[in-house]
Design a protein around this ligand. Structure first.
Ligand SMILES: [Zn+2]
Length: 246
């Protein structure tokens, strides 16, 4: 059967000297393995797949198992992102966080939307650390993590202007009026703005995020805070993370 689906290539492995097996994450959030014959040949029709992160329309034959790729057409070029090393490393990080949460035989359309939204925001030169933090916040539940910033764990107040620490004893934000010897145990100081934006990103609908204009310092503090939650709750190490300039 012949299929045509929009998707992003998330993996490639060598099959033979000239052919590769690609894995495509489709718009429907499914992983499709495809044999790309002649991929490494100089005049291969699949040469566009070697040019960084882009979205394609894939035409392929598939019955069961690995399909055969017939044709690819670019549907969205992330030109700015592909031409900027810094942006590219953020895109790689976003991709790794999303791809590692995928499970075989399951469909994750929301992950696909998150991936393309992250790429688009980077490509449009929004503040990169915040874009990466947004994706990590949305993916945190998939890694068993919690982000409790809706109210202070001690007094219950929702006055985010007073937020000052994140506690791994209460697994929640705590405010500056509730700090004492007991509450400070396993509490980490986090900038108030970073805590505020983490709250905003947690609740915002992805389709409502058109642009992110936050200062780079706040973006960095926000990403650092979210990475701390990943370390605490998931223990997963993302290898592309080390390329991000902190
Ligand atoms: Zn409080």
């Amino acid at each position: 059967m012949i299929y045509q689906q929009t998707g992003i290539m998330i993996r490639q492995t060598n099959y033979s000297e000239t052919s590769k097996i690609l894995t495509v994450l489709t718009e429907a959030g499914e992983q499709v393995p495809l044999m790309a014959r002649g991929f490494n040949k100089p005049k291969s029709p699949f040469v566009v797949l070697r040019q960084g992160f882009n979205e394609f329309l894939f035409t392929y034959n598939r019955f069961k198992g690995i399909g055969t790729l017939n044709d690819v057409d670019v549907t969205e070029r992330f030109k700015v992102l592909n031409g900027d090393f810094d942006l590219y490393t953020h895109a790689s990080y976003i991709m790794e966080v999303i791809v590692r949460a995928l499970e075989e035989e399951m469909a994750y359309p929301s992950y696909y939307r998150l991936l393309t939204t992250g790429f688009k925001l980077l490509d449009e030169k929004n503040e990169r650390y915040s874009v990466t933090a947004l994706v990590l916040i949305k993916m945190l539940p998939a890694y068993g993590g919690e982000l409790n910033v809706d109210h202070c764990a001690i007094c219950g107040q929702q006055d985010f202007k007073n937020y000052s620490h994140y506690s791994f004893k209460y697994h929640s934000v705590i405010c500056n009026r509730c700090l004492d010897e007991e509450t400070l145990e396993r509490a980490v100081p986090v900038s108030n703005k970073a805590l505020y934006f983490s709250l905003y990103f947690k609740h915002v609908k992805l389709e409502d995020v058109k642009s992110i204009q936050i200062s780079e310092d706040v973006g960095k503090a926000l990403l650092k805070f979210i990475e701390m939650l990943y370390e605490e709750y998931s223990g997963v190490y993302f290898k592309s993370k080390k390329l991000i300039i902190k």
